[in-house]
Design a protein around this ligand. Structure first.
Ligand SMILES: Cc1ncc(COP(=O)(O)O)c(C=O)c1O
Length: 494
């Protein structure tokens, strides 16, 4: 019997949990990393597996020497882990690595889908999509229509299934694909992707699921019930959001989506033969989708993460995170002056551990700078590459501003208001991290004028401290690191 692994034992196993910085008030404290939706920290053990492979490092396109065999096997193992992670049948699905995040894979899929059925010239894209699952369809599908969400801003929920069905009906025969995220990168709101797949398939449309904000937080299977009509056609995600910085983007996709189509990228490794007069693309997946030397080390690192997460059990990972999310939401809701975006009824609208909010009377850029400079809380602000969604969530507030569009400073005022603060959790997030954020929020709201006087707005709607500057080079200088590692030898060589 396989031993169950205690999640708590793994929570400290990430690189950078003990990183300390000196703050604007002189205190030297531990960083509270609450920016996991942008990129997660590295799982140390998985990095170690990849480092170990470096001892054998060779190119997967070489074939017969020891190292080439070892590395090719490990790279194949990484592909198999991606399929397994989402319970995809290797007979129908392939996993390929692309780029440095899911953007490359989403572009590839949008081009392939549009090329496969040019007569179907419409893509339906949910209103909450990250630009990466919206713009590629705008570029390659003939037309994109955005699917609305349930509820009213600022309490918007998941994709409106009835509205999606109406769109599919109205444009029967034209819809090529439905593009939807499994969870929003802004509010963490989870979409019922299998219900969406069933609707799309009833209209002969493909469904492309951007799972980059979901897979670190909760279990996902290609089909939730095993029924083929509920099976997702493509699932994409980014390894750097799954505890493996430096790893590639991933697409797990039906082979049928890509078969019989010239891959976008051509070069070594994806052909059976090349003549002066032409070339023959291999039928083999994933080779035909991975021209050139792949990011082998990153892929194996990601494979190791995924293996470990499966051991921990994604249901348990989800349950642990939900407790922390509840602490964060309850804590934020208890502070007068905090507005949280998205439906807050978790029964009706489940979320992963990502929360976007604003503080009354404080620009998101100012709040985020103070949280960093005075509380060592790392959060992100802005529109998170989901501008239409963020604008929709903010609509009531932006209207209430009643800005005079002719006023000289109207544009910059709007820009400073158009955004949010986002706190996002990972497997390593502790109650202490959440409490640090809550303390920072309370402090900001208790003395907004004090902080406002310390900062000035910059040209990009952010705020800079008037006197405190982050001493970036003193904190990390690649050349100084080299000197340290080689213990002064570099200087002696000069
Ligand atoms: C939901 C979602 N989709 C796509 C992306 C793009 O991912 P990458 O930058 O790794 O390609 C992000 C990144 O923030 C995201 O949150």
């Amino acid at each position: 019997m396989q031993k169950t692994t205690r999640i708590g034992a793994f929570q400290p196993e990430f690189v950078g949990l003990d990183t300390c910085y000196r703050l604007a008030d002189g205190r030297f404290t531990r960083r509270h990393y609450l920016d996991s939706a942008a990129s997660t920290l590295a799982l140390r053990g998985a990095r170690q597996v990849a480092d170990e492979l470096l001892r054998h490092y060779a190119n997967t396109h070489s074939q017969l020497h020891f190292s080439a065999r070892i590395v090719s096997e490990a790279y194949g193992w990484a592909h198999a882990r991606m399929l397994e992670f989402v319970s995809a049948d290797p007979g129908c699905y392939t996993a390929f690595f692309a780029g440095s995040g899911c953007t490359a894979a989403l572009n590839r899929l949008a081009r392939a889908l549009a090329a496969s059925r040019p007569e179907r010239d419409l893509a339906l894209v949910s209103l909450m999509e990250h630009h990466a699952n919206d713009l590629p369809h705008r570029k390659h599908a003939g037309q994109v229509l955005h699917v609305p969400l349930v509820g009213e801003a600022p309490e918007l929920g998941r994709v409106d299934l009835a509205a999606l069905e109406r769109l599919l009906e109205r444009h029967r025969g034209r819809v090529n694909c439905v593009a939807v995220s499994a969870a929003s990168n802004v509010t963490g709101v989870i979409n019922p992707v299998h219900d969406i797949a069933a609707l799309a398939h009833a209209h002969d449309a493909w469904v492309v699921v951007d799972a980059s904000q979901y897979l670190a937080h909760a279990p996902l299977a290609i089909s939730d019930t095993g029924a083929v009509e509920r099976a997702l056609d493509a699932v994409v995600f980014s390894g750097h959001k799954l505890y493996a910085p430096g790893s590639p983007g991933v697409a797990v996709t039906r082979r049928a989506l890509l078969e019989n189509q010239e891959p976008d990228e051509v070069g070594g490794g994806m052909v059976d033969d090349v003549y002066l007069s032409g070339y023959r693309v291999t039928d083999r997946f994933p080779d035909r989708e991975e021209a050139g030397t792949p990011n082998i080390i990153g892929a194996v690192q990601l494979g190791a993460v995924v293996k470990l997460l499966q051991r921990l059990g994604m249901k348990r990972v989800h349950a642990v995170e939900q407790r922390r999310l509840q602490r964060l939401l309850t804590g934020l809701s208890a502070v007068p002056g905090v507005r949280i975006y998205g439906d807050l009824d978790l029964e009706r609208t489940p979320r992963v551990g990502t929360v976007a909010f604003n503080l009354a009377g404080l620009e998101h850029g100012l709040a985020t700078a103070v949280l960093n400079d005075y509380h060592n809380v790392a959060v992100r602000n802005g529109c998170f590459c989901a501008h239409p969604y963020v604008r929709e969530l903010l609509k009531p507030e932006l209207w209430a501003l009643d800005l005079d569009p002719d006023a000289a400073d109207a544009a910059s005022l709007l820009e400073r208001r158009q955004g949010m603060v986002r706190a996002s959790l990972g497997l390593y997030t502790t109650d202490d991290d959440i409490d640090a954020l809550l303390a920072g929020v309370r402090d900001l709201l208790a003395r907004p004028d004090y902080y406002r006087d310390l900062y000035e707005p910059d040209a990009s709607a952010n705020f800079q401290h008037r006197t405190f500057k982050i001493p970036v080079e003193a904190l990390f200088d690649p050349e100084a690191e080299l000197e340290r590692i080689f213990d002064g030898q570099l200087r002696n060589e000069k």
